[in-house]
Design a protein around this ligand. Structure first.
Ligand code: P6P
Length: 332
């Protein structure tokens, strides 16, 4: 049930404002920026809920910088985020999974400037079959001293000042952190606003559950294959859950525990998932909820990106679940 303060519901914007009041050093109107993200996701959710009734199924007819077929909804989601963030004067740079390069959208001088990066619609190939999809976002300070958007965005995940996702599932939930815990807000369609429904989420340290696309396991490094053999013999029995939509898979782990991993494969020797707007935000949320996130050899939040679309292997989930996988990798 939504949390109440003095009998009133707590909206996402109120929550952000309360956080900002607790941290006067937070420059600029951060809540105004985050309200832009929330508005865009409400627009995206309305498109998704009407898929089939409006012309949003199927392909756009182009491929993106990732070499992936672009879905019509990918473009609509990307445009919604760029439009709403474009009106937030304190957003200096945006970068999207759908765009080749980061873009300067406002020359905001000094401290009051942010970088927002996002995957506008992760898992969009699932739209046509009505499986949950998500929007993932992350926020960094825009360093005025660095020249050029392409360089300004190249910061390790430990520098994130906020991150989150929206999961368009059986209900629409926004999960968010600014380094003060991981919190969840549920969209009340009646009011069209996100209400606080879970505060200070904690990932169970260990749950007998793992999430991976085992079809590729023959191409995994040996340690992952050893883990997959071991886990099938363990007592109590482990369960396997894989939606094939990162936000849906991660959200299950955030609430119930377990581990998700997408290792290096023959098709994706660097890993398939992107660091800046997929792995980093989820790693920030996971660590704030007491979990862990690794490349298999390094903490995700310590990775120095090579470019805005840097790919990485990802192992993420409950602390002890992640350690079980890492122990198998380190066993050589
Ligand atoms: P595979 C969707 O394209 C995505 O990036 C994630 O949402 C998802 O976890 C993964 O790819 C699924 O990849 O190779 O198992 O289909």
């Amino acid at each position: 049930m939504p949390r109440k303060i003095d009998g009133d519901f707590v909206t996402f914007t109120q929550f952000i404002q309360e956080e900002q009041n607790r941290h006067p050093e937070a420059t600029g109107d951060f809540s105004w920026l985050m309200s832009g993200v929330a508005l865009a996701t409400r627009m995206i959710g309305s498109y998704i809920r009407r898929a089939g009734l409006i012309d949003v199924w199927g392909d756009q007819g182009t491929t993106n910088v990732q070499g992936e077929t672009v879905k019509k909804l990918d473009i609509m989601a990307n445009d919604a985020l760029k439009r709403t963030l474009g009106y937030r004067g304190n957003v200096g740079i945006i970068a999207s999974e759908e765009d080749d390069e980061p873009r300067v959208i406002s020359e905001v001088e000094g401290e009051d400037s942010y970088i927002v990066m996002f995957d506008p619609l992760d898992g969009s190939s699932n739209i046509d079959v009505n499986v949950s999809v998500g929007t993932i976002f992350t926020v960094f300070k825009n360093p005025p001293e660095i020249e050029g958007a392409a360089k300004s965005v190249l910061q390790p995940g430990s520098k994130q000042i906020a991150a989150g996702y929206v999961l368009y599932g059986s209900s629409t939930v926004l999960v968010y952190t600014c380094g003060q815990g991981t919190h969840m807000f549920t969209l009340d369609p009646q009011y069209g606003t996100y209400l606080l429904t879970r505060e200070n989420i904690t990932i169970p340290q260990h749950t007998p559950s793992y999430s991976v696309n085992e079809a590729y396991s023959h191409g995994f490094p040996e340690g992952y294959r050893r883990y997959l053999d071991w886990v099938k013999l363990e007592k109590p029995r482990y369960s396997s859950r894989y939606v094939g939509s990162l936000v849906a898979d991660f959200h299950r782990i955030l609430i119930k525990g377990g581990v998700y991993f997408y290792p290096e494969t023959n098709a994706n020797p660097e890993g398939k998932l992107r660091l800046m707007y997929e792995s980093n935000p989820l790693a920030f949320l996971a660590e704030q909820a007491g979990g862990a996130a690794s490349t298999g050899t390094q903490r995700i939040l310590d990775v120095m990106p090579g470019d805005v679309h840097h790919r990485t292997p990802l192992v993420i989930g409950g602390k002890r679940n992640v350690d079980e996988v890492l122990d198998m990798l380190q066993a050589g």
